[in-house]
Design a protein around this ligand. Structure first.
Ligand code: FAD
Ligand code: FES
Ligand code: FES
Length: 488
């Protein structure tokens, strides 16, 4: 008899069946979590959970979509600390000037995070709650001494440190019926600097190893220091011996090297598909040295004293603006309304129908391509509510009421091609053709966010759209040509 490999299956469909609820409030969400216990799972951006389900590594009987709950969204300041809702997206954090200025390690972790699509869809809460030792925001949050506010049924609340939250690979300290509501970042002390560095196989990949450093300076001495590492042990962890070797001493590159040596002895890496234990130990020396130097230099800048947070807090997007209250059994069909390429579409779908399947198979919009099905290639990128999204990782029920634009929607009503399409043709950027629709949809997102992108920004923004045939040179030329032609 052939053994069924539960970690190898990936079809173009999401075959797992589940009940689906969009609770009306946080209170309702935690009550439902408590009632259904282990068989329920919280859905935020879905960039981790839906892949686990597609690969048959997880099969929750109920998905509780919290993506629209205002209690989990937004950012506020309280008693000088920054309070980030669990739904804050990685992209919003990366782009927030406040985070870049005062919590640089976190901004750098978000910039190094997966692809642009994953940054736009993935949330801070999802990154913490999946419990992965490779989660990029976590070393930064641990080094920055973040606290986590958990909410349970009956209004129960508790606060944990990141260290207390991380129990084992994939296991975090959420009790039954509890979810993560907020991440609190304390006000940085004067003369604080921080940095995060990650090494990965390719740009849009999980870390082989990562390091975050936070230093408080007092003249030429290290007044305090926290060092945290990702992908080099069962959970993201500090190496206190390395921190202690720095505290109270005069800072120098040699001291940073010494701390790196101690850190490489304090971690517990393994060999796996992304790297070897030997390499991880070696690279942690360099990561520690480089992160410490960057953090030290930043702590010495005049504006490192600007610890008081500005009153104008960044506006963070909620993942979904629509109202809630949807409740479906696994076998129940739901009528949803989507505006697709300007036309209203009324569709009857099951909870597990993915947007990519609806677009391609029901609406015959086959320009949206199926590549990997697990968020890695970018071929299925569409615009959802005005920003790029991976259609292979969107439940159609969760997109109800939304606006979708596919590559077919780029064409002008008179049949003329969009200037972006013209530029791709003019510069021979269509290459294999299969990936082009996703690249066009991404380029539209790029120009909306960065109207005059540099080559580095183009390459970074498009890093989640894989090309194995020709490379990105013509694509970069096409984007520049589109900018010159005044494309929007
Ligand atoms: C191609 C690709 C590249 C990636 N690259 C990176 C990378 O470079 N770095 C990295 O760190 N990660 C990466 N990831 C992993 C993933 O995108 C991130 O972990 C992301 O932050 C998860 O957020 P989400 O909102 O999508 O989580 P979801 O998939 O919605 O949820 C993840 C888990 O957390 C739980 N959960 C979510 N929110 C809450 C909450 N508020 N309270 C309680 N439980 C909750 C869910 O039940 C689930 O178990 C990548 C994923 C893909 C597909
Ligand atoms: S098919 Fe969606 S990212 Fe590859
Ligand atoms: S554009 Fe498709 S593989 Fe290069």
């Amino acid at each position: 008899m052939t053994e069924h490999r539960h970690d190898m299956t990936n079809t173009h469909l999401l075959v797992t069946e589940f009940d689906y609820v969009e609770p009306e409030s946080l209170e309702a969400a935690v009550a439902l979590l408590a009632e259904r216990g282990e068989e329920a799972a919280v859905l935020a951006g879905g960039t981790y959970l839906l892949i686990q389900m597609k690969m048959e590594r997880a099969a929750p009987r109920l998905l509780i979509n919290v993506a629209h709950l205002p209690e989990l969204a937004g950012v506020r300041e309280e008693a000088g600390a920054l309070h980030l809702g669990a739904l804050t997206t990685i992209r919003d954090l990366r782009n927030a000037p406040l985070v870049q200025a005062h919590y640089t390690a976190l901004a750098e972790a978000c910039a190094a995070f997966g692809s642009t699509q994953i940054q736009l869809m993935g949330t801070l809460g999802g990154n913490l709650c999946n419990g992965s030792p490779a989660s990029d925001t976590v070393p930064a949050l641990l080094a920055l001494d973040a606290r986590l506010r958990l909410v349970g049924s009956g209004g129960r609340e508790r606060e944990l440190s990141v260290e207390e939250f991380l129990l084992a690979p994939g296991v975090v300290a959420l009790s039954s019926g509890e979810l993560l509501a907020e991440v609190h970042l304390p006000r940085p002390a004067p003369q604080t600097g921080s940095a995060f560095i990650k090494i990965s196989r390719v740009a849009a990949d999980l870390a082989k190893a990562s390091a975050a450093a936070v230093i408080v300076r007092e003249g030429d001495r290290v007044a305090s220091c926290r060092l945290a590492y990702g992908s080099v042990g069962p959970v993201v962890a500090r190496v206190r011996e390395a921190e202690e070797a720095l505290i109270g001493r005069s800072f120098s590159p040699e001291l940073a090297l010494e701390a790196g040596r101690i850190a490489s002895e304090g971690i517990t890496p393994i060999d796996d598909v992304r790297s070897t234990a030997w390499y991880r130990r070696e690279v942690v020396r360099a990561l520690t040295h480089d992160a410490l130097l960057a953090a030290w230099e930043r702590a010495g800048r005049a504006d490192a004293e600007g610890a008081a947070l500005p009153h104008a807090l960044p506006r963070m997007r909620n993942l979904r603006a629509e109202g809630a209250g949807m409740q479906l059994d696994a076998a129940e069909l739901r009528t949803v309304t989507l505006t697709v390429n300007g036309a209203r579409q009324v569709l009857t779908v099951a909870p597990n129908e993915l947007l990519i399947n609806v677009l391609r198979e029901r609406l015959q919009l086959t320009g949206t391509k199926y590549g990997c099905g697990i968020g890695e290639c970018g071929a299925c990128t569409v615009q959802l509510n005005g920003q790029p999204a991976l259609a292979c990782l969107v439940l159609t029920v969760a997109a109800d009421g939304g606006e979708v634009v596919t590559v077919e929607g780029l064409q002008r009503p008179d049949g003329a091609l969009h200037p972006l399409q013209e530029a791709f043709i003019e510069k021979n950027a269509f290459q294999c053709g299969y990936c082009t629709p996703g690249m066009l949809m991404m380029t539209q997102g790029l120009l909306a966010e960065l109207p005059q992108p540099t080559e580095a920004e183009i390459r970074d923004y498009l890093k989640g759209n894989r090309c194995r045939c020709t490379g990105f040179a013509s694509i970069v030329r096409a984007v520049h040509a589109a900018v010159d032609a005044g494309s929007e």
